[in-house]
Design a protein around this ligand. Structure first.
Ligand SMILES: Cc1cc2nc3c(=O)[nH]c(=O)nc-3n(C[C@H](O)[C@H](O)[C@H](O)COP(=O)(O)OP(=O)(O)OC[C@H]3O[C@@H](n4cnc5c(N)ncnc54)[C@H](O)[C@@H]3O)c2cc1C
Length: 401
């Protein structure tokens, strides 16, 4: 029998979710995942807040709204079936001042439109019934928001792919995908051509997604702009002062959710992440300038249009980068009891955020088709929550089309 052979580039949670979905829907297909690192999920999928977003914020009808809601169901079922940790600790989004309440109401209306279960507004005196040490003028409570380890989920999916007959090839960096009359050719970074010709390919390369797309002849834009997010872990003696997740009302000009208190599945309590331009797409330590990565955005006119429009947010975020104490002070506005808690830096995450040529950050997921090649061009948060729904969407809708 002539088997259909799929190449999946990128062994983050999205690539693995696509590969797994193909094997579920087409058990006779052959699937090969190419991952450039020595293990799966070494980038965004292991450097995030670990939140299973319930779908509060997203424009009703958008891919994010739809795939996040479906993603929650699939992640929850996957964790249950595979006995992976899943803690439905709940979340509050807190308005500190009356000026923020209009924006909070908008989020509430969106959460209703997105059919997020159990969401309700809290008045000031009700907030402590959910988070005993949190203050605010009002809040939105989402009891179904949960936490997980996406790294553990990704590793479990990789094992499942192998047990279903797929291949996960590590340390295989792909340079380009080329459609030839005999199928899709996979050219590796070391100039070698993989011997197999594939029928279909899906590129899920996160921080490198625009480069592989462009090298494969897809459109030049949107481009990935790397925004890092720093986390701090609070002293273990204070971790129980916060029960679940406490978020600010996000700045509508900025696609990031703001510094929040996040309980982690290992029991740690973190604050973060802030959002600031990174000097390298994979610079987790924060000290290594990658000139190629920097040149890519400094030479992109869209970046300068964005920078000109976002001066205030840049100044605000830069203060949190320069001063851990300022960072803590901002977070402690929600939990004053923690104003002087000891904190230590935890690892950074770097967001693969796509920006279009006008300097707008792409708000929705962007998934493009180029012949038999599908490119995920933008899958930032809630991309991990949505991963298995993104897998379903690509396999059942985009590739079937
Ligand atoms: C700070 C931060 C906080 C976040 N918080 C949350 C959250 O709480 N909840 C949530 O739902 N989402 C969150 N996200 C978003 C979420 O982490 C991402 O949407 C998701 O991990 C994206 O998965 P991915 O597989 O697309 O990308 P990645 O995990 O980045 O994987 C891409 C993979 O492709 C590989 N690769 C790249 N180029 C090549 C190549 N040329 N050849 C072969 N392999 C290649 C990389 O090595 C990598 O393994 C957060 C992200 C960040 C950065």
């Amino acid at each position: 029998m002539n088997q259909i052979h799929y190449a999946i580039i990128g062994g983050g949670i999205n690539g693995l979710a696509v590969a797994r979905q193909i094997l579920l829907d087409k058990p006779h297909a052959r699937v090969t995942v190419f991952e450039k690192e020595a293990a799966v999920a070494m980038h965004q999928s292991s450097h995030n807040s670990g939140v299973v977003h319930a779908g509060l914020y997203y424009e009703p009808g958008s891919l994010k709204a739809r795939l996040c809601r479906r993603g929650v169901e699939l992640v929850r079922d996957y964790c249950l079936t595979n006995q992976l940790p899943y803690d439905q600790c709940g979340k509050v989004v807190v308005a500190l001042a009356h000026e923020e309440e209009g924006r909070l109401e908008n989020i509430y209306q969106r959460s209703i439109a997105n059919e997020v279960p159990g969401v309700r507004m809290l008045e000031a005196q009700e907030i402590q019934s959910v988070e005993p040490n949190c203050i605010g003028v009002s809040a939105l409570h989402s009891p179904e928001t949960a936490i997980v380890s996406y790294q553990i989920i990704a590793q479990t999916m990789a094992n499942e792919i192998i047990s279903r007959g797929g291949d996960v090839l590590l340390q295989q960096s792909v340079y380009a995908l080329t459609q030839t009359p005999n199928g899709i050719e996979v050219k590796l970074e070391n100039n070698q051509i993989h011997p197999t010709r594939f029928d279909y390919a899906v590129s899920c390369c996160g921080l490198q997604s625009d480069r592989l797309a462009q090298q494969s002849g897809d459109e030049k834009t949107p481009r990935i702009i790397p925004f890092f997010g720093q986390y701090y872990v609070i002293d273990a003696t204070a971790r129980n002062e916060v029960k679940g997740l406490i978020y600010p009302v996000p700045d509508p000009q900025f696609p990031f959710l703001g510094v929040h208190f996040t309980k982690r599945i290992d029991g740690e309590m973190t604050i973060g992440p802030n959002a600031f331009i990174a000097f390298g797409r994979e610079d987790y330590a924060g000290g290594h300038v990658n000139l190629k990565d920097m040149w890519d955005y400094l030479s992109y006119p869209g970046f300068w249009k964005f920078a000109l429009k976002n001066g205030a947010a840049t100044i605000r975020e830069s203060k949190t980068v320069l001063s851990p104490d300022y960072f803590l002070k901002e977070a402690a506005k929600y939990v004053p009891k923690l104003r002087h808690v000891a904190i230590k830096p935890a690892t950074r995450g770097i967001r693969a955020q796509a920006m279009n040529a006008n300097g707008h950050l792409e708000d929705d997921f962007v998934i493009r088709q180029q012949g038999n090649i599908t490119h995920i061009r933008n899958a930032p948060s809630p991309g991990a929550t949505s991963s298995m729904a993104i897998g379903e969407y690509i396999v059942r809708e985009i590739m079937n089309h």
